[in-house]
Design a protein around this ligand. Structure first.
Ligand code: ADP
Ligand code: MG
Length: 696
């Protein structure tokens, strides 16, 4: 980067040591370049104004010109707020602040013409505008104007959006000819982008909406392009470094099972994924593959076949599940499939008795056990293998990153890792967040599945839902009723569950009906006992918390009722629904909610009713929650984007990835002259974030 751009921010005219300090602390702006890349988050079109009289029922933001004629503190306690009466020639509306009243009062000048921007909302029957942005007409003049986010501390010190605009302006006047282009001409032309300097000028000082759009597109592309470049390069480095066991054989066990014992013909998608895994195992590098497949898509069979490949090459395999119930089920179904083969399968969970453990540990070390299935218990240091070659981790969203890493340490060369998840991650996020993992997708369900019918019903419909349950039970089906126990220690939730259980027992009395219950506070043995009664069909109704969410397989259960469904996230609702629709019968999922639910909750219900497709649901989830929430906070560092947005700019992500890939194919070492800009920027990025990227 040239000298001007790396100049410390205190040397900018109008900044000085105190302001510089604040800019560093509050916005992490250290250099001229940081200020140039502190982009406006929106623009105000000064030619477009609403009138107060048009606001009622307006669905969206409004910009008004007028004055504040009075202010008042109202309410007390948590309802305490500041209101200001704002007036234009058409009428009056209240502006409201629930926070920061002191500072607002100081900055408001009564009867001076101002511009107000915000979203009108109805509150206690009256329309008002909560927490509006305000700016003075005098300074701004009429133009298409950038709005920068600021903080209270900055604002007090003259660096509200206007102040930042002014500082940026000082800088913009000096940069002509100083901003280096980073992208090669072919990429700029090929994607109809504008140049870098032009984009930086226009993003801060657009004359028109189109200027702003062009500038933002160019800068978003650039940001996402370098993110993808970084990911691809890191992945390449990881692969080069990561030696893995070469498993060249298909092996007799695999062939025997595949030819003689496999219970079904694999689906096309299962075959495709298996082929990808086969290739990975034969490279001599370490496999690190994420397998995404909707609930019921048949991931377990893929896992088993992968483990058999490892065994056929002389290694042991391990399968780790997130819950004990699931580990037990995997153990049962896999042991059954392995019955006619000479393969030893064992189970290890938190409830495995000490003396059984000792025997098990020995058999693992002697190599007598081929497949070990279990929970977190597998990760304990005492669990040592003779030669662990394959690790399959089921439903990874339940496991943390650190745990994944620990499985590796059980061998000199790390075992190949296959991570399976039924929580599909939207394509854009998978490309970015899992940039250093290979991703396989099972996008096809086994044949003969009927789509689940999903209904949203309000609580007052409950009696009819009970009636429907009776009809289905009379046909020989079984029913799940799931309660939210988001936090298993919350007494309120727990009481709800118990009340629900009692009510169900009254509505469905013995001896005609039998009801099971499973929740997280029960002892594992009791859980298993109840689960087994339901699996065997001895009980028709299973009242449960989300402990049944993952993986449980009871094909005869065809009705899933989710209580207080508004309290669950989309991916969890989808997971729960996946517990039914596993048999030949038509299945139903009924989402019960209170009468008044938020707009977002309603959108979640509508999405569930509309589609059974986990990927489509994941996209909506991403829009509703944003990438940070979806992936959890520890990963949010890489999502620290300045201008692009992974939920809304997915097309640009895809494009940027394609362009990045093609450049790496053309110029793997990034040494061509036209790629000089890319090289220098990338070197800088790799240096400044040495440790991230190793997420697996
Ligand atoms: P998930 O991907 O949710 O883990 P499972 O592996 O539990 O799904 O498979 C769901 C059900 O589909 C199981 O009952 C399994 O036996 C069955 N199944 C898996 N693969 C096939 C196939 N190729 N054809 C028919 N049924 C299959
Ligand atoms: Mg599964």
């Amino acid at each position: 980067m040239n000298n001007l751009l790396i100049t410390p921010i205190e040397f900018l005219k109008g900044v000085g040591p105190k302001k510089a300090d604040l800019l560093k602390k509050e916005l992490r702006i250290f250099t001229f370049n940081d200020l140039l890349t502190y982009f406006p988050f929106r623009y105000i079109d000064r030619s477009q104004f609403h009138k107060v009289s048009d606001l009622i029922g307006l669905n969206g933001p409004a910009q008004l010109k007028g004055k504040i004629v009075g202010m008042m503190d109202v309410g007390s306690g948590r309802g305490k707020r500041l209101t200001a009466q704002f007036q234009d020639e058409s009428g009056m509306i209240n502006l409201v602040w629930f926070k920061g009243a002191g500072w607002i009062k100081k900055s408001i000048k009564i009867n001076e013409e101002i511009i107000v921007y915000g979203r009108p909302k109805q509150f206690g029957g009256k329309w008002n505008i909560p927490h509006p942005e305000m700016s003075s007409v005098k300074i701004t003049g009429d133009k298409f104007q950038p709005v920068y986010s600021s903080t209270e501390l900055l604002s007090i010190n003259g660096m509200d959006t206007k102040g930042i605009e002014k500082l940026t302006g000082v800088l913009l006047d000096q940069i002509h000819g100083q901003i280096e282009e980073l992208l090669p001409e072919s990429v700029i032309q090929g994607n109809r982008l504008i140049g870098r300097e032009q984009a930086i000028l226009k993003v801060h000082r657009p004359k028109t909406e189109q200027d702003a759009q062009e500038a933002r597109l160019r800068l978003k592309f650039e940001e996402l392009f370098f993110l993808q470049m970084e990911l691809l390069v890191r992945k390449k480095i990881t692969i080069q470094k990561s030696k893995g066991v070469r498993m060249a054989e298909v092996g007799d066990v695999f062939n025997d099972f595949y030819k003689n014992h496999i219970p079904f013909e694999l689906t096309g998608a299962q075959k495709k994924v298996l082929k990808e895994i086969r290739q990975d195992l034969n490279t001599g590098h370490h496999m690190n593959r994420l397998l995404q497949g909707d609930v019921g898509s048949g991931k377990t069979l893929v896992a088993l076949l992968t483990m058999l490949l490892g065994i056929g090459n002389g290694f042991q395999a391990a399968l780790m599940a997130p819950t004990e119930i699931l580990a037990i089920q995997h153990n049962e179904s896999i042991s059954e499939m392995m019955e006619k083969l000479d393969i030893k399968v064992a189970l290890l969970t938190g409830s495995t008795k000490k003396k059984d453990r000792i025997v098990l540990h020995e058999k693992l070390q002697s190599g007598e056990i081929d497949i070990l299935i279990g929970t977190h218990a597998l990760l304990e240091d005492v669990v040592q293998f003779k030669n662990l070659g394959i690790v399959v981790i089921d439903e990874q969203h339940r496991f943390g990153v650190a745990q994944r890493a620990r499985m590796w340490k059980k061998n000199d060369l790390p075992p190949h890792v296959l991570i399976m998840t039924a929580t599909p991650i939207p394509r854009t996020l998978a490309m970015t967040f899992y940039g250093d993992l290979d991703v396989s997708v099972i996008d096809e369900l086994p044949p003969g599945r009927k789509p689940i019918t999903t209904l949203h019903r309000y609580d007052n419909y409950r009696l009819r839902v009970f009636g429907f349950m009776k009809e289905e039970i009379a046909k020989g089906r079984q029913v799940y009723i799931v309660y939210p126990l988001i936090n298993e220690s919350k007494t309120l939730d727990f009481n709800n569950l118990m009340d629900g259980f009692e009510a169900i027992k009254r509505t469905f009395p013995m001896p005609d009906f039998h009801v099971s219950i499973v929740h997280g506070q029960m002892k594992p043995a009791d859980k298993e006992f109840e689960m087994n009664r339901f699996i065997k069909g001895e009980t028709q109704i299973m009242v449960a918390t989300t402990v049944i969410e993952v993986g449980v397989n009871v094909p005869n259960a065809s009705v899933m009722i989710i209580e207080s469904a508004e309290r669950f996230g989309l991916s969890q609702l989808h997971q729960l629904r996946g517990r039914v629709g596993r048999g030949a019968e038509q299945s139903y999922c009924i989402l019960m909610t209170g009468d008044e639910i938020s707009k977002d909750s309603l959108k979640r219900m509508k999405t569930m009713v509309k589609t059974n497709d986990g990927f489509e649901i994941a996209e909506v989830d991403l829009q509703l929650r944003g990438p940070g929430d979806l992936l959890g906070t520890q990963q949010s560092g890489i999502l620290d984007l300045k201008i692009a947005n992974l939920s809304t700019d997915s097309q640009i992500v895809g494009l940027a990835r394609e362009v990045a890939k093609s450049i790496l194919i053309k110029d793997p070492a990034i040494e061509m002259k036209e790629h000089k800009g890319i090289r220098s920027k990338l070197t800088q990025m790799l240096k400044s974030r040495p440790n991230w990227g190793r997420i697996a």
